[in-house]
Write a protein that binds this ligand. Structure first.
Ligand SMILES: Cc1ncc(COP(=O)(O)O)c(C=O)c1O
Length: 461
């Protein structure tokens, strides 16, 4: 069979699946999943390292020697400190979009000069902190640029500064993750009347604006459209530099947004395929005149995560077989609320964590939350699931189990990293402890239990 050069190899895919199977088995043997902890997230450390190495190699293959390249992982995809530390060790920095994400990157030891701040709603305090630390900042809009003017005037900073533009090249298949639409809330809308001229003048007036940022993602956006977004940003950088008469814009931040194939095991498209496409479509980007920043999230981490949930009960309704599990909207909110856009593959394991084979039957894989749409998968052909079996939702390592949604006060599951133990087994490390009921009470106003019943008396005093 001809191999699709945009996809990872079948051998890599088989190895990843084999690692996952061994990890599920190991998690059962270690008691990480069981009646008392019926849902866990498992992270493939080998896979994370390989993905980071693949990303670095992909761009090393296309940039001119000596080009400064910063791959900044989009923390929003997997906001977990140990993951950020692992990626940092693998040469990947952090793209942050909130004070919380910046705190996570700092806790992981990601240096300021390997961190980029991009949020669309940065407060003055956030901007001040970023500039004091030396974190790179991309201004989202003219008002934010005004704020930066004031801050840059009042204090020296090492922060590289830029502006985010929206190249307005259009939407992909999923509206909610299409950032380059005509009316997107992100960046300066490049094709709006007067915007281009305003940008050129804004750079001309501010010699400290040295970067230009565009993120034309994400899931559902085809590669050629992403490349067009990058091409628009590159053309603008060329125009700014030509009009100013010197190479003031010295770095292009091309964002992230590489989609993930949730329907199959092989990685597709790969970072290498995207880098090659950019080298073909925007060759000047890599000729050594510009430094490069990338901000990939899902394409680095999605495939490295597996959500494993115990089947509590099975039942039948209206002729439909249903496995009621402990994973639903709290760990896979996008899939549950917009199932057609975010379908997940489900793998079935028996109670010992061995893959289940055999004739499939149509089943729903339901979650524990109290609304009927709480389904991980609907009408799916799977080996018949029984109570005590495990249902694993694959490719959930980004925008999945790490982003808990507290519906029904369901506990945040434990997350464990896994890697070969060197003697044929699997070693696990705790990435995040499972949440306990006392912690749920504490974050739900437990310390203020009488706050409302005593309000009237204290207010009238
Ligand atoms: C500015 C920016 N950079 C990077 C990303 C990461 O996108 P992805 O996880 O699709 O690579 C996002 C996602 O929303 C983003 O808004």
């Amino acid at each position: 069979m001809q191999h699709d050069t945009r996809a990872g190899t079948d051998a890599e895919a088989r190895e990843r699946a084999a690692r996952r199977d061994r990890a599920v088995r190991g998690a059962v043997e270690r008691g990480l999943i069981g009646p008392g902890s019926p849902v866990v997230g498992l992270l493939d450390v080998t896979g994370v390292r390989e993905a980071a190495a693949g990303l670095r190699a992909a761009f090393e293959a296309v940039v001119a020697p000596g080009t400064p390249v910063l791959h900044a992982f989009a923390v929003k995809a997997t906001p977990l400190v140990p993951v950020l530390r692992l990626l940092h060790e693998e040469g990947v920095g952090a793209e942050v979009a909130s004070p919380g994400e910046l705190a996570l990157a700092r806790a992981a030891g990601v240096p300021a000069d390997r961190t980029v701040l991009d949020s669309p709603a940065k407060t003055p305090a956030e901007l001040r902190e970023a500039l004091a630390l030396g974190v790179a900042v991309n201004a989202d809009n003219p008002q934010e640029l005004d704020r930066l003017d004031g801050l840059v005037r009042s204090a020296a900073t090492r922060s590289p500064l830029g502006v985010r533009v929206n190249p307005q090249v259009g939407a992909g298949a999923i509206g909610a993750t299409s950032t380059a639409t005509r009316t997107s809330k992100f960046g300066v809308a490049l094709r709006d009347p007067g915007a281009r001229e305003w940008l050129v003048r804004a750079y001309a007036a501010r010699p400290w604006l040295t970067r230009l940022h565009a993120h034309t993602g994400s899931q559902g956006v085809p590669l050629p459209l992403m490349a067009r977004g990058v091409a628009e940003a590159y053309a603008l950088a060329e125009e700014i530099n030509a009009r100013i008469g010197r190479p003031q814009v010295d770095t292009l931040d091309i964002g992230g947004g590489l989609p993930v194939d949730f329907a199959a095991e092989p990685t597709a498209p790969t970072h290498a395929a995207y880098a090659r496409l950019l080298a073909r479509e925007v060759p000047g980007l890599f000729d050594g005149r510009y430094g490069l920043v990338t901000e990939f999230g899902r394409s680095l981490l999605a495939e490295q995560g597996t959500l494993v949930a115990r089947v509590e009960y099975t039942k039948s309704a209206g002729g439909r077989r249903i496995a009621v599990t402990h994973a639903g909207v709290q760990v896979a909110a996008r899939t549950v609320y917009v199932p057609d856009a975010w379908p997940l593959r489900i793998a079935a394991y028996d109670a010992e964590g061995r893959p289940k084979r055999g004739p499939c039957v149509v089943q729903d894989v339901a979650g524990p939350a109290c609304f009927s749409g709480d389904l991980l998968a609907e009408g799916r052909d799977l080996p018949p699931l029984e109570p005590g079996d495990l249902a694993a939702a694959l490719d959930t390592g980004a925008y999945g189990f790490a982003q808990h949604y507290a519906y029904n006060s369901l506990a945040r599951p434990g997350i464990y990293g896994f890697a070969p133990d060197g003697s044929g087994g699997v070693a696990f490390a705790t990435v995040r402890e499972p949440q306990n009921p006392a912690e749920i009470v504490a974050e739900s106003g437990g310390a203020h239990a009488s706050a409302l019943t005593t309000l009237r008396a204290s207010a009238s005093r």
